[in-house]
Design a protein around this ligand. Structure first.
Ligand code: SF4
Length: 472
């Protein structure tokens, strides 16, 4: 029986039955899993053939913060100006090493989007931010009108810095507001005030940075849903291009986890689903739509970096210690430690220390995950890439069509709006057992490990294509 016409409640019930436990979101697939000697990746570089030129994307990890938030499981180093200047020079040197490697590869397309994250890139000085962004633009070929996003911590905002990034070509700011509620902010161990968040938004607007993403944290221990919806209303008042809903996942080893344990706070999948539902209903009423499960855009606010990382025909060139990337068809990770990363780059060595080169089966799975992160899957692209039918390779796609969770529109399979909250669960259906094990380890790494990034790597073992499993 075809039940695609089920109403939303029936579809939700069916999907809850199919996915009784919420799959934790992971934005990377596959994870780099094997340790490699620095220099080996460049020496062995054999880009995977794709059906079309690869979209160029650059991810820059800035490993500094002026504060350490109680909920954060990353371990960015404390910002020191001299170290930051050296970091900027080294980051540009690493990008030149990448350009030397992929620049001769005609399948590598010009850069369409850059994401500068961390850490808090906004902790850099105006001059450092300007040098970093203009330097990047001068090293790799770019399309006309690229998207360049800089993550921003509200307390770091100054008119000078925002004018500097705008002048250097930034087109988008991603602001970590998290909450405007002082009580909730104190409960999560945030370090900025509501006034600083509003001031940062006003300064970005005045600097001409109109494409803004506002990050909001939800499901914080002690926070009520009505308080979160007040945050959503305050975000809407700024009419940003995007509003992102981030359910707090309490990370082991953080001060927040210690406090949550004292109050017997227990994370609840049901609460997380219920809050997401209330949030998205509010956002729909104001003209926003899903881009990803938790990222909502209004017309003109689509995040190009994410949209262009669907499928497998793209490169994410990683810059900075611990940065993740995907280059020539391999998942790669840079040296984690800032000093070791700096030393390797200064010695002229590409500091890739972790990689996975997916097997053909794992490549198909990666196509599925990266596509459904964006809630849609291009069947024609898949066929051109792999020469096979995705519904034959992944029979569960037929189940989702029958259920009415996925609809077919031209060459696209699209997750219906009512099914969008289950996007992570659909991505989870593509995961291989090998990658699932890595994700579990990745999500269990806590702050106590003192890692500034978070991919568990096997110790030295010869590199082999990953995935020993067959698609069924
Ligand atoms: S949450 Fe962001 S700003 Fe806070 S310590 Fe972590 S990386 Fe830095």
């Amino acid at each position: 029986m075809r039940i695609g016409d089920h109403d939303a409640d029936e579809l939700t019930t069916a999907l809850r039955r199919r996915y009784p436990e919420r799959v934790r979101p992971v934005g990377f697939y596959p994870l780099p899993s094997r340790r490699v000697e620095p220099g080996r990746f460049a020496a062995e570089y054999r880009p995977r053939r794709t059906s079309r030129a690869r979209t160029g994307l650059v991810y820059v990890h800035v490993p500094f913060c002026a504060q350490r938030c109680d909920f954060c499981r990353f371990y960015p180093g404390h910002h020191v100006d001299d170290a930051a200047s050296r970091y900027v020079r080294t980051a540009l040197a690493q990008l030149r090493l990448w350009q030397d490697l992929v620049g001769g590869d005609r399948a590598a397309g010009p850069v369409e989007a850059v994401f500068v994250g961390g850490g808090s890139p906004s902790v850099l000085s105006a001059e450092q931010l300007h040098d970093l962004l203009t330097g990047i633009r001068g090293i790799m070929p770019f399309v006309d009108l690229p998207e360049i996003t800089v993550e921003w911590y509200p307390r770091d905002a100054t008119e000078e810095k925002l004018a500097a990034v705008r002048a250097a070509g930034a087109t988008r700011i991603s602001l970590g507001v998290q909450t405007w509620n002082a009580e909730v902010s104190a409960a999560m161990g945030g370090h900025h005030t509501a006034e600083q968040a509003d001031a940062a938004l006003a300064m970005a607007r005045d600097a001409g940075l109109r494409n803004v993403n506002i990050d909001l944290m939800a499901n914080i221990p002690g926070q009520r849903l009505d308080q979160h919806l007040e945050d959503v209303a305050r975000a809407l008042a700024w009419q940003p291009g995007m509003i992102s809903f981030n359910a707090l996942e309490v990370a082991a080893g953080t001060p927040l986890a210690a406090r949550a344990a004292k109050t017997s706070f227990a994370e609840s999948d049901d609460d997380k689903r219920r809050w997401l539902e209330a949030t998205r209903r509010t956002l729909f009423d104001h003209g926003y739509a899903h881009q990803r499960v938790r990222n909502f855009h209004r017309p003109g606010g689509l995040h190009r970096y994410n949209r262009r990382s669907a499928g497998v025909s793209f490169d994410i060139v990683p810059v900075g210690p611990g940065a993740y990337g995907y280059v020539g068809g391999s998942a790669v990770m840079n040296e984690l430690d800032l000093r070791a990363w700096t030393a390797r780059v200064e010695a002229g060595e590409l500091p890739v220390v972790g990689r996975s080169t997916p097997s053909p089966e794992e490549d198909r799975r990666a196509f599925g995950v990266s596509s459904f992160l964006e809630l849609q899957f291009d069947v024609d692209d898949y066929r051109a890439e792999f020469g096979s039918d995705p519904l034959a390779d992944f029979p569960f796609l037929g189940d989702l069509l029958d259920l009415g969770a996925v609809t077919s529109l031209g060459s696209l399979l699209r997750l219906r709006t009512d099914a969008a909250p289950f996007g992570d669960d659909v991505c989870g259906e593509f995961h291989s057992p090998t990658q699932r094990t890595l994700f579990d380890r990745h999500l269990s790494i806590g702050r106590s490990k003192q890692a500034n990034q978070y991919f568990p790597l096997a110790t030295t073992r010869p590199h082999r294509p990953t995935d020993d499993t067959q698609i069924r």
